[in-house]
Design a protein around this ligand. Structure first.
Ligand code: UD1
Ligand code: CA
Length: 434
């Protein structure tokens, strides 16, 4: 972990085509923001990483979000969006003494993987490059900056579509917008950038030209999976990215020994770990970070909303919703149940229709409940947090549990069933007499 890598994530743009009041980088896939996916991909590199996000449009909102969820990420505000080069130059003064590798990425490309970033860094180092541009080959390269290489296959220039001649537009190799550079050599490029181009913007891509003028080595690293650089500009692209992400992960899970009965109708966040021989039935939606053990059965129509743990051989069945819930091994919660903010032991049976009422709407607080090993909860019960249900305890069906239940005890709150002999017959008799 000795090697230090710093990263700049560009995310100051408004994202006009999202038609949203929310900054683009805060739109979500599986409950995680677009910029969050990028930050996590960088943070998982096997080095000492540090990220700075360049923010601009609704900067306070983005800064607040990052502070709440990614405290270790620095933020720098770009007051006016004068171009990608201008954005990347925003925190130059803070980096005067930095000598290591700098990655520059965009905050709206959530499909980039740690592996590819690591490959980029390795390629950059193995080839003693000073500036390495991550590139991709597109059948239809329209809209992207084109990569110009020399006879030695070095990248000598990036030309934006708007500034390109017809012959440059023929080039199919494009700039992904991800760069790896030796900061000590390249940092001066940022203060030298000019805005004399078709858009009057400071182009980050001009650092290539600068590096050539200063005799630095500039290479291109071609990615094999173009999806990784898929950027999001519209709601449609957001849906496409979410589909690509889930397909990629479901394929991986199946390779690792998880049965996915119907991949088309199954959504599983890549932050969810699943053990072998677990079966995921159709129409299951799993978002956020979760851990599901081996030989479990999940769904059909189950919803895991994050921070859930399901132990080996447990079942989470039809119309069951879990949120911040732990279920140890061999426990069953098979039908029509909500478990929010609860810790459930092993060999527990939770009857159909049970609700863990975790939210107090007067105090606006959420509380935890606990159910110890071997307990059994009768159907249609409400467990009002915070309560502790002891080991091997039983709860009678239709109970509303508001107090702790001791181990081995039976607790029930419903009124006992009464039976009135011949009540119906007598009623009918009364009617006929009148
Ligand atoms: C950029 C590249 C292009 C590449 C493409 C890949 C330049 C000049 N062009 O083009 O070669 O093929 O990405 O997707 O860099 N941003 C800021 N501040 C600004 C301007 C932009 O933070 O002042 C951020 C945006 O929020 C966005 C990213 O930079 O996340 C890219 O900006 P965008 O305007 O989308 O660049 P492209 O025109 O797509
Ligand atoms: Ca773009």
């Amino acid at each position: 972990m000795d090697k230090e890598i710093k990263a700049i994530i560009l995310g100051a743009g408004k994202g006009t085509r999202m038609k949203s009041s929310r900054p683009k980088v805060l739109h979500e896939i599986f409950g995680k923001s677009l910029i969050g996916w990028v930050i996590d991909a960088i943070s998982a590199l096997p080095y000492d990483t540090e990220c700075t996000a360049i923010i601009g449009y609704k900067a306070e909102v983005v800064a607040q979000y990052l502070n709440d969820n990614y405290k270790y990420v620095n933020t720098t505000v770009q007051k006016e969006q004068l171009g990608t080069g201008h954005a990347a130059a925003q925190n130059l003064p803070l980096l005067n003494n930095y000598r290591g590798i700098m990655l520059i990425l965009c905050g709206d490309t959530p499909l980039i993987t740690t592996k590819t970033l690591d490959n980029l860094i390795k390629y950059h180092e193995d080839n003693n490059s000073d500036l390495t541009v991550m590139t991709a080959v597109f059948e239809d390269p329209k809209g992207y900056g084109r990569i110009v290489r020399n006879y030695k296959q070095e990248v000598i220039k990036i030309i934006e579509e708007r500034d390109a001649t017809e012959s440059i537009k023929e080039i199919k190799e494009i700039n992904t917008g991800i760069y790896c550079l030796n900061w000590s050599k390249m940092r001066k490029a940022f203060s030298d950038l000019k805005n004399n181009n078709a858009q009057g913007e400071y182009y980050l891509t001009d650092i290539v030209t600068w590096a050539r003028e200063n005799s630095f080595k500039t290479l291109g690293y071609k990615i094999s999976d173009n999806n990784e650089m898929f950027g999001i500009n519209s709601r449609k692209q957001l849906a496409i990215a979410s589909r690509i992400m889930k397909e990629r992960y479901i394929d991986k899970l199946m390779d690792e020994g998880v049965t996915i009965v119907d991949p088309d109708s199954t959504y599983i966040s890549p932050d969810t770990k699943i053990g072998i021989d677990t079966i995921i039935y159709p129409n299951t939606y799993i978002e956020g970070k979760n851990e599901i053990g081996s030989r479990c059965k999940i769904g059909p129509m189950a919803h895991l909303r994050g921070n859930c743990k399901v132990g080996d051989e447990s079942k989470v069945g039809n119309f069951v919703e879990l949120k911040n819930a732990q279920l140890a091994k061999k426990s069953n919660v098979c039908h029509l149940t909500y478990i929010g903010d609860a810790k459930i032991g092993s060999h527990v049976n939770i009857g159909a229709g049970t609700i863990f009422a975790n939210y107090n709407s007067i105090t606006k607080e959420k509380k935890m409940s606990e159910v110890a090993d071997g307990a059994s909860i009768g159907s249609n019960s409400v467990i009002v947090a915070p309560v502790h249900i002891g080991k091997d305890a039983m709860i009678g069906a239709l109970s509303c549990i508001t107090k702790d239940v001791q181990s081995d005890a039976l607790a029930m709150t419903r009124t006992p069933q009464k039976e009135y002999k011949d009540w119906v017959k007598n009623k009918k008799g009364e009617k006929n007499e009148s």
